[in-house]
Structures are given as structure tokens and as C-alpha cells.
Design a protein around this ligand. Structure first.
Ligand code: 4AD
Ligand code: MG
Length: 466
């Protein structure tokens, strides 16, 4: 359908052609002599309106009520100019074949359904306008991400999901456990086996084949190893956080984009983050017009103007100290009072991005480079309205002694970072990078309020069903 309707003439140039559409029935309106079927194949937001007379082949399946909302169909016809005002073209169908029947219990009927309800139907929600549009824009953002970095000479690195180190040093890691069946029956499948743990047929060894291992919280340390060999690199993959937070901005499993720039400092890092964000936003404004119009009308009014401003305007840079001062001067009472040295909370980020204007480092991770003042680090966050922190980044500590001291100070076990320390032993270079939470970018770009609606299958406390 996108192929037919996407041109500037919205399909008019193809009038007269015989075409086949395969998709799912969105609505079906039977009138006395003619039936209108709206078919969506997911390629774009638009449906193909198909008009059918009772003499068309397969019409009996409509008459008998076999073809209903949700059914999958194959439909053939001639493309004609539409009489209706909603579309330029429609299909005058001469044959319809039902591919898969839809049971009357189909939960995504025509009337509007809430996002909360749709989260319980994550397997069917991509068939709605909203979730179809989110999936296509998410795809376009992923494509533009690779395009941006590839055009700028970055090499994509796959960082591991299973790891023994804790990049953030915050202890928010899921543990990997090897499930070893000790008897034949339990060996069939781990899911079945879990229920059998009590009978002793499972040996829960608390580790990864004899060694401790976790799901990664960030690919940064691995990216650094490649940046100190190939120069500029980036990762783009799933990361995990075992934080039990039920917010509209946190997931237990989220995708992160982590560029790492060699021979670079914090200014280079901020410039890269800005250029990246502007590039991907511009890409979707230019390539996802129909879906963006939909979000602009139905999800967040004015989002197109706000995103256009991101492409055109400069990103405001604010030091941590200035941010704290701004908050202290704000004529406002915060739940968490502000003082220099504290982590900025989301209420503070909201004030800065929405009321003051639109960075501020949080806890100082061990890898962040210490500034000459001996108390601050070379780190940045990029905050955007509605979302708060979209990007966290820093210049990395490239000096071996400083890094060792930081690990000691933070009571982190130096032995498990031996390879990371090696990078400072052999040809260390100044380098910097950042991490961008991909789902927060999808939220920012679509206006979706809850991060659970920005990823196909959200993983958060209480949701790992699908
Ligand atoms: O600020 P964070 O924790 O930074 C890092 O992980 C660094 N190692 C990144 C780097 O320098 N390479 O996370 C980076 C970003 C955040 O700004 C946020 O957008 C996102 O990842 N993020 C989450 N997104 C969804 N759910 C969560 N629980 C998230 N935690 C962080
Ligand atoms: Mg952060």
C-alpha cells in the first residue's frame, strides 16, 4: 500500500492498473449493493479502501459474515480514482480470498482502546494505527542511527550481552544463572524444568558455567577497547537494568546507542551528540511524514514544530554549577531540595528543560575523567523536554593512576576490570563517548507518554509475558 500511495500524486499515476493487496481487515461496511473494506498491510498508516460489488468473486464470504474485522485477506482489483474525500485512489475489487479467519473475540475492534489495555495485548497492538506508526518511526530512527555513524566513519561494534563487569558500578545487574538438569525428565525445557526444582532434578548453579556473570548495563567498556584500536566506534544493542522502578521513563531492558570517540574530549562528545540528534530527527521529519502527522494530530499536538526546532536551534550548554544556581534561584519548592553536589532529580530536569530552557552530570561513575579542580568530572547529560535525560556521556579517565584510585574510592574490585585498566597501560588516548536510550528517543520523537509503548515488547517489573 505504501508503494502505491507514497508518491506525490498519492497513487493517481497508477490508476487503471490491476493490483493485489494482502493485509488485515480494519473495517468492513456492507451497504445494499456495495461493500467497503479498509485493508491495512502495515507498510504505512493508510488503509487501502476496497470497493466491492456483489458480482465479485468470493463475495459470498462477505455475505455469509465469514470475513470480519481482523481477518487476513488477499484482494485484487483495478485502481480507480476515489469518490471519497479521504483518499485519492481506491481499489475496485473483482476477487477476494480470505487467508485467515478472525474469531469474533478479536480484541482490537474499531472503537478506541486504551494504551493500558493494549499493553496486555502486546501481540496484537501492532495492528493499531498508533503502534504501527511507532514501529515504523522506531525503525526509521534505527536506520538513521546507522546511517549517521557510518557516514561519519564510525565502526559498529557488537558488545556482549553477558558480561562479568559492571560498567556503571551501580550494582543494578541481573545475574545469569545456568540451569543444569540433573535428571532426564527436567532436561526437556528450562521453562518446564523450573516447576521441577523442588524435586531435586535441577541443579541451580548460581553462575555462568562456574564463573559469575551478569546481563550488561552498558556496552561502553567494550566500546572503549575498540575505540583504542579502530578510533571512532559505536554500539547499538540491548542493555539491562535491574532497577525496580515503575516510571514512564524506565525499562528493565532497553536499547542503547553508545558512540566512543578516540583522541577526543568532552566538547567533541557534546558536538557529536548534538549532530546525531539533529540528524535522526531531521530524517524522520523528512521520511515519515504520514506517521509524524498522525502523532502531531493524535498523540502530541505541535510535536512537528518542536522537533523542527531541535533541528534548527542550538543546544543550550549549561554547567552543573550553573544548573544548580538556576534551580536555587527558581521561585519554586522542590520535593528534593537542591544543593551543590546533589544528583539532579527528574523534577529538576523538568524545570530546566521545560521552564528554564533546555545539562548536568549525575553520580560520578568511576570511568569519568576528573577535572583539574579535583572535585568535578568531565561529564554531560542531554536533557529534553518531557523526557528529561536522553543522553548521558563523559570524557573517560585515560590516566592509569587516577582510574585505579577511583576504583578503590568506589570500592570496586580492580581485578574484574583488569582488561579495562590494560587499555591505560598500552597506548592510552584521551577519549569520550555517550549513551543514548533508544526508547527515550522514540518517546521524544513520537510523543508517546509511556516508555512501555516505545518498544514492541516492554520488559519492566511485572511485564515479561510476551
Ligand atoms: O546515563 P547512563 O546510565 O549512562 C551509561 O550507561 C554510560 N555507560 C553511557 C556511555 O557513556 N556510553 O545511561 C545512558 C542513557 C540515559 O541517558 C537514558 O537515556 C538511558 O540510557 N537509560 C534508560 N532508558 C530506559 N530505561 C532505563 N532504565 C534507562 N537507564 C538509562
Ligand atoms: Mg545517566
Amino acid at each position: 500500500v505504501a508503494d502505491i500511495k507514497s508518491g506525490p500524486d498519492e497513487g493517481l499515476g497508477r490508476v487503471g492498473q490491476t493490483l493485489v493487496v494482502m493485509g488485515w481487515v480494519r473495517t468492513l461496511r456492507a451497504q445494499s449493493s456495495v461493500t467497503f473494506i479498509e485493508v491495512n498491510d502495515g507498510s504505512c498508516l493508510s488503509n487501502m479502501q476496497c470497493v466491492m460489488n456483489s458480482d465479485a468473486e468470493g463475495y459470498d464470504q462477505i455475505e455469509s459474515g465469514l470475513i470480519t474485522t481482523g481477518a487476513s485477506i488477499w484482494i485484487r482489483g483495478t485502481l480507480v480514482e476515489s469518490q471519497g474525500s479521504k483518499q485519492k485512489v481506491e481499489l475496485k475489487a473483482d476477487k477476494i480470498v480470505m487467508v485467515g479467519k478472525s474469531d469474533p473475540s478479536y480484541p482490537i475492534q474499531k472503537k478506541r482502546v486504551s494504551r493500558e489495555f493494549l499493553r496486555t495485548k502486546a501481540h496484537l497492538r501492532p495492528r493499531t494505527n498508533t503502534f504501527g506508526a511507532v514501529a515504523r518511526v522506531r525503525n526509521a530512527l534505527a536506520f538513521a542511527t546507522h546511517k549517521f555513524f557510518q557516514e561519519n566513519g564510525f565502526v559498529w561494534i557488537s558488545s556482549p550481552i553477558i558480561t562479568a563487569s559492571d560498567c556503571e558500578g551501580a550494582g543494578e545487574q541481573f545475574c545469569v544463572t545456568t540451569l543444569i538438569p540433573t535428571s532426564g525428565e527436567a532436561a526437556d525445557s528450562p521453562i518446564n524444568a523450573i516447576s521441577k526444582t523442588k524435586d531435586g532434578s535441577i541443579d541451580w548453579s548460581q553462575d555462568f558455567f562456574g564463573k559469575p556473570a551478569f546481563l550488561t548495563v552498558s556496552g561502553q567498556l567494550n566500546a572503549e577497547t575498540y575505540a583504542t584500536a579502530l578510533s571512532d566506534v559505536y554500539t547499538f544493542g540491548p542493555t539491562f537494568r535491574a532497577e525496580n522502578s515503575n516510571t514512564s521513563r524506565h525499562l528493565a531492558e532497553f536499547w542503547m546507542i553508545e558512540p566512543e570517540l578516540a583522541f577526543a574530549d568532552l566538547n567533541d562528545d557534546m558536538a557529536c551528540a548534538t549532530a546525531y540528534l539533529q540528524y535522526v530527527v531531521k530524517h524522520i521529519l523528512e521520511n515519515c511524514k504520514e506517521d509524524m502527522d498522525f502523532f502531531n494530530t493524535w498523540i502530541e499536538k505541535g510535536i512537528i514544530d518542536r522537533l523542527s526546532a531541535v533541528v534548527e536551534s542550538e543546544v543550550v550548554q549549561l554547567t552543573y554549577t550553573d544548573a544548580v544556581e538556576l534551580l536555587l534561584k527558581a521561585n519554586k519548592t522542590f520535593e528534593f531540595p537542591v544543593k551543590w553536589g546533589c544528583d539532579l532529580q527528574s523534577e529538576h530536569e523538568r524545570y530546566i528543560t521545560e521552564e528554564a530552557f533546555g545539562g548536568c552530570p549525575e553520580i560520578k561513575a568511576f570511568y569519568m575523567r576528573q577535572n583539574d579542580d579535583g572535585k568535578t568530572v568531565a561529564a554531560m547529560d542531554m536533557l529534553v523536554p518531557r523526557i528529561g535525560e536522553l543522553i548521558g556521556g563523559s570524557q573517560r579517565e585515560e590516566r592509569l593512576e587516577y582510574l585505579e584510585n577511583r576504583l578503590d574510592e568506589m570500592k570496586l574490585n580492580k581485578d574484574s576490570y583488569w582488561w579495562y585498566l590494560d587499555l591505560r597501560r598500552y597506548g592510552s588516548v584521551p577519549h569520550a563517548g555517550f549513551g543514548l536510550g533508544f526508547e527515550r528517543l522514540v518517546q521524544f520523537a513520537t510523543g508517546m507518554e509511556n516508555i512501555r509503548d516505545a518498544i514492541p515488547f516492554p520488559r519492566a517489573p511485572g511485564s515479561a509475558e510476551f
